[in-house]
Write a protein that binds this ligand. Structure first.
Ligand code: NAD
Length: 492
């Protein structure tokens, strides 16, 4: 499907300047997206600015009702949207439908926020005086999204912004323009007024950078790579914008001797190879204690070898393609790095995957396992963003925690053990924004905050009530009904 821009309620398809949309399972071009210029972005921002005032004045519960309808519309189009996710970025069917379900969940959740958007009331230090806080919309929000959750991430950003009374301009990934178009169609069908949601496709360097640089966009919410996040942050800093960055991860799963081995293997395979390892929360490191390590290596390697690689929409396929040729090359590069690195042992995968002839133009790689990795190796430190995981051996929980925390990232961590005290200790000690006990590193739910610390983020969170913070300004109100002049800190 061709992607379309939406500016001020008017849809427009790709013109002379366009970007190809490629099916990563076949390498074939399946559509085009408009390649928007800075001028196109400015038109979208203008439309958003015009529309925001009236939208901000709509009572929040009414705004929420439109999001509720959007959830319903997405439910009706779930299969179609899921198919689109699979065809534009390769995710397998169950996960592609899960991507859409996440947007549906977020729409229901944020719809209900329309009846909350809670502030606080609190006593004053003076008599006959009331203190409270209110959330106010900020204005036009620029939302820049990656391809790996091509329906879910635009929803995580746009729905809290909208329920809070902002208008938005979405600049989705070059790879997944059709998914963003279909998602925005659902909002339009639900009754979002013209100009409140605008969609502008294009390259990051051109359309993305123009959105970040636009003086009428006070909020930028960005999810993507660390290098781009830094550039976005630097470009926005002189204008003192609210900038929210969700960046990469190098997530670790700690497995202790007392763990249920078969369960641990299932959790590792799901975390490492779900979405072909192309998740910010992918379990790309496994840190196991000595008593279980060798059995775990053997079972994870066997499990990875047994995973079925192929077209994501084919029943039974568990691992789809990488998103683009450059991503495949990056994985191949890191396999070579791993092989060259001292002592690392390739125990599964390591090559392009063999697939049926119809998929020979696709970007497939075998699920790959390195064992005997040491914590400072590049494959244990750098985000590969592909189907590769690194197993490391440690002596005890303390060492496991140290290794777990020893990367520049801090998104998601997991511990698998039957010992409650060990689980609780890890829960507090992990330097990550998210911790899973008795699970892998993936599985976020939309009503809880999502985000990371250290190199993964800059202190903001998506989803949950915390997801509203970026898109609202706190207004503090003091109401003095004493009839006199009361001076805080002085009249005691
Ligand atoms: P990317 O940084 O290449 O692109 C992300 C978006 O930024 C795209 O829309 C792109 O067009 C745009 N962009 C590129 N250059 C820009 C610029 N100069 N100014 C403004 N916008 C620009 O990332 P990607 O390859 O699409 O996504 C993969 C990365 O995203 C991985 O590192 C992954 O970990 C991360 N990610 C993080 C989370 C999270 O929540 N922490 C979630 C998903 C993905």
């Amino acid at each position: 499907m061709d992607a379309k821009n939406l500016v001020g309620g008017t849809w427009s398809g790709p013109k002379a300047r366009s970007l190809p949309i490629i099916d990563p399972a076949t390498g074939k071009t399946i559509g085009k997206a408009p390649r928007s210029s800075a001028k196109d972005v400015a038109a979208a921002v203008d439309a958003a600015k015009q529309a925001q005032r009236a939208w901000g004045a709509v009572p929040a519960p009414r705004r929420g009702e439109i999001l509720f309808k959007a959830a319903r519309v997405m439910e009706g189009r779930k299969q179609e949207l899921g198919r689109l996710v699979c065809s534009e970025m390769g995710k397998v069917k169950a996960e592609a439908l899960g991507d859409v379900q996440e947007a549906i969940d977020m729409a229901y959740y944020m719809a209900a926020e329309g009846r909350r958007l809670f502030g606080q009331t609190t006593p004053s230090e003076l008599p006959n005086k009331l203190c409270m806080t209110l959330r106010e919309p900020v204005g036009v929000c620029g939302l820049i999204t990656p391809w790996n959750f091509p329906v879910a991430i635009p929803s995580w950003k746009s729905l809290p912004a909208l329920v809070a009374g902002n208008s938005v301009v979405i600049k989705p990934s070059e790879e997944t323009g059709g998914c963003a178009t279909a998602y925005v169609e659902c909002l339009v069908e639900a009754g979002i007024p013209d100009g409140v949601v605008n969609l502008v496709h294009g390259t990051g360097e051109e359309a993305g950078a123009a959105l970040v640089a636009h003086p009428d966009v006070p909020v930028i919410s960005f999810t993507g790579s660390n290098a781009t996040g830094r550039a976005v942050s630097q470009a926005a800093a002189p204008m003192l914008k609210h900038v929210h960055l969700e960046l990469g991860g190098k997530n670790g799963i700690v497995v202790l001797d007392d763990a249920d081995l078969e369960f641990a293997v299932r959790a590792i395979l799901w975390s490492a190879y779900g979405t072909t390892g192309q998740r910010c929360t992918a379990g790309s490191r496994v840190i196991a204690t000595r008593g279980i390590y060798d059995r775990l290596v053997e079972r994870v390697a066997a499990g990875a070898e047994a995973l079925k690689v192929g077209h994501g929409w084919t029943e039974g396929v568990e691992v789809g393609p990488l998103v683009r040729p450059a991503a495949l090359k990056k994985v191949e590069h890191y396999v070579q790095v791993g092989l060259r690195e001292d002592k690392a042992r390739l125990v599964a995968g390591g090559k392009r995957a063999r697939v049926p002839a119809a998929l020979k133009g696709g970007f497939f790689h075998e699920p790959t396992v390195f064992a005997d990795v040491t914590p400072s190796m590049r494959i244990a430190q750098e985000e590969i963003f592909g189907p590769v995981t690194a197993l490391m051996r440690v002596d005890d929980l303390d060492e496991a925690i140290e290794v777990h925390n020893g990367t520049p990232y801090g998104l998601s961590g997991a511990i698998i053990t039957r010992n409650l005290a060990h689980a609780m200790k890890a829960m507090r000690a992990f330097k990550t924004g998210i911790v899973y006990v008795h699970n892998g590193t993936i599985g976020a739910e939309v009503h809880l905050p999502f985000g990371g610390i250290k190199g993964t983020g800059n202190g903001h969170r998506e989803a949950g009530i915390a997801g509203l913070d970026l898109f609202t300004e706190w207004k503090t109100v003091y109401v003095d009904y004493s009839g006199g002049l009361q001076r805080a800190q002085i009249d005691r």
